[in-house]
Design a protein around this ligand. Structure first.
Ligand SMILES: [Zn+2]
Length: 548
């Protein structure tokens, strides 16, 4: 474990401080309270901060200004510049001040990690391999990745990041050698602090979770391992899902604004949330459509809107987003032992005795779940839940098919939101798009005619990801061609007419007609609005959503 070298006491160092003070190169501001731009912190991964005793504070004359507490860093300047790929300016500060800064911005204390309540961060400083894994996780998180895939092969490990739904191969950036592959996989498995990961078992799927610090926040990582190559040579593929956490320390929370809804949808969602004091709010969509993040953002919005404390109880399996203000209860199933199992509906019965205002019941999988959620809703609570279904019509059909009283279900349902996440084109490097044959066949003749007319008249503008050269040059999107994302959502808001019509089992087409009468617009229709404004690729919409 690296330790701070106590150079600050020697006389040579005191001379050095005097020199720096005289040259106006001494940092006097208190790092325990100084404001440092998040983008600057992103430049220095924690491992480098630890290794070189440095903290970025500003940029001046196109140089990165770093404070340090040791003259060793001045000697290592060339090395630091090489690591960072940019020129730096060093400013000296006291050991005490740097420690305060590292503690605040990187949670580094004496170069050992601080522990959060009930769990510990992954220790980064004890081996180069470990620290390169952590810096990989941190740079993935900073780049907005939702998943990391590590796939061992004969030449090393393929490393892929999923960012806004697209997979990027970053194998070359890490260059993990084949000889270290099984070592790396087992190191990552050791990060587990859930206790679920069986370290010794490499021939069966395994799951676990851990947290890593990121600036003032933390990233919660869920990990799945699967044996590959027939499971004979102890190789496993690792999939890591990065889940942003809300933090009381930094005040970072999931908000509706950062989910990616359009302005109009945002207003609609807020209005629907605000006006119902009780009832069932359902979010649906396939895996990776941001259902859970949206649920948390909706609840956070309500808390903001009402400006008063509310008791929120969440029942999750697993808990994906940690929110310190909520009472979060994790479902625990013991195989073949119902008595010892803490099922979601059992938790809900006790949760109702905790006097909650809002209940998050994640997710409705069967009639038992639906009955539990309805019980909470009919006793005067706002209940948020998810259903795994493609769209609003599929969601309502799934719920109506469950063995639960239909009148009760319909009277409690307030809204269903169904959504998909799609990557937003970078406006700086995208280029005009010509409709392809594959795209044409997706549309009906009528739709295609309308689309082509719109393009011809200049009313519509189709764009696509820029050329490889343009994307490589573009700083705005970090050379990815995409910048941020959209959450394309369709809503079903319940009213008397809709409830009446659904009382008797309707046909799909009848539901569709009914909804159209009420101005319902599908994800596809709303996605096309964004496509013809040139903000997402047509192919992206087809790939993510498909079209019936
Ligand atoms: Zn760009």
């Amino acid at each position: 474990m690296a330790e701070i070298k106590g150079v600050s006491g020697d006389s040579h160092f005191i001379d050095f401080i005097e020199e720096m003070k005289a040259a106006n190169l001494f940092y006097k501001e208190d790092l325990a309270s100084a404001e440092i731009d998040e983008t600057l912190l992103a430049v220095i991964p924690e491992t480098l901060a630890v290794r070189y005793h440095i903290l970025p504070v500003s940029r001046a004359d196109e140089r990165l200004v770093l404070v340090t507490d040791t003259h060793q860093t001045y000697k290592d300047r060339a090395e630091v510049e090489k690591e960072l790929g940019e020129t730096i300016k060093l400013i000296l500060t006291t050991e005490e001040n740097l420690r305060a800064g590292l503690l605040r911005f990187y949670q580094i204390k004496s170069f050992k990690q601080l522990s959060g309540p009930g769990r510990s961060f992954v220790d980064t400083a004890d081996s180069p391999l470990r620290s390169s894994i952590v810096s990989m996780l941190q740079s993935a998180a900073r780049g907005g990745a939702s998943d990391i895939h590590l796939l061992p092969y004969s030449g090393g490990i393929y490393v892929r990041f999923r960012i806004h739904g697209h997979l990027y191969d970053v194998t070359d950036a890490y260059n993990f050698p084949a000889t270290a592959a099984s070592n790396i996989i087992s190191l990552i498995k050791q990060f587990d602090d859930s206790g679920n990961m069986d370290q010794t078992r490499t021939n069966m799927p395994n799951e676990g979770s851990f947290s890593i610090p990121l600036g003032t926040d933390e990233i919660f990582v869920r990990m799945e391992t699967v044996p590959i190559n027939g499971g004979t040579d102890n190789m496993e593929e690792v999939a890591l899902r990065l889940l942003p956490q809300s933090s009381a320390k930094s005040g970072a929370r999931l908000t509706l604004e950062n989910i990616g809804y359009t302005e109009e949808d945002l207003r609609h969602i807020k209005r629907m949330l605000y006006k119902s004091a009780t009832g069932l709010f359902i979010n649906s969509g396939p895996t990776g459509a941001g259902k859970t993040s949206s649920l948390y953002a909706q609840i956070n919005h309500l808390l903001e809107a009402f400006r008063e404390p509310m008791h929120v109880v969440t029942i999750d399996d697993p808990i994906e987003i940690r929110e310190e203000r909520f009472t979060q209860v994790q479902v625990r199933i013991v195989e073949d032992n119902e008595k010892a199992s803490l099922t979601a509906d059992k938790i809900l019965v006790s949760a109702l005795r905790l006097d909650p205002d809002i209940i998050l019941y994640n997710e409705i999988r069967n009639a038992t779940d639906a009955r539990a959620a309805l019980r909470a809703s009919t006793t005067g609570h706002r209940v948020f839940s998810t259903v795994h279904a493609a769209d609003c019509i599929a969601t309502i059909s799934r719920l109506l098919d469950l063995d639960i009283p239909r009148t009760m279900l319909l009277s409690e349902l307030r809204m269903i939101i169904s959504q998909r996440l799609v990557a937003r084109l970078c406006p700086y490097c995208s280029k005009p798009h010509q409709l392809t044959e594959e795209e044409r066949i997706v549309f009906t003749g009528e739709e295609l005619e309308r689309l082509e007319q719109g393009i011809a008249s200049g009313e519509y503008r189709l764009l696509e990801r820029g050329s490889i050269e343009d994307v490589a040059k573009c700083e705005h999107c970090n050379h990815s061609g995409y910048k941020g994302r959209f959450a394309i959502a369709e809503f079903l808001e319940f009213n008397m007419d809709i409830r009446d019509a659904l009382l008797r089992p309707p046909k799909f087409s009848e539901i569709q007609e009914l909804l159209q009468r009420h101005g319902f617009r599908t994800i596809w229709q709303k996605g096309m609005d964004i496509v013809v404004r040139g903000e997402i690729e047509l192919w992206e919409l087809i790939r993510v959503l498909g079209k019936e």
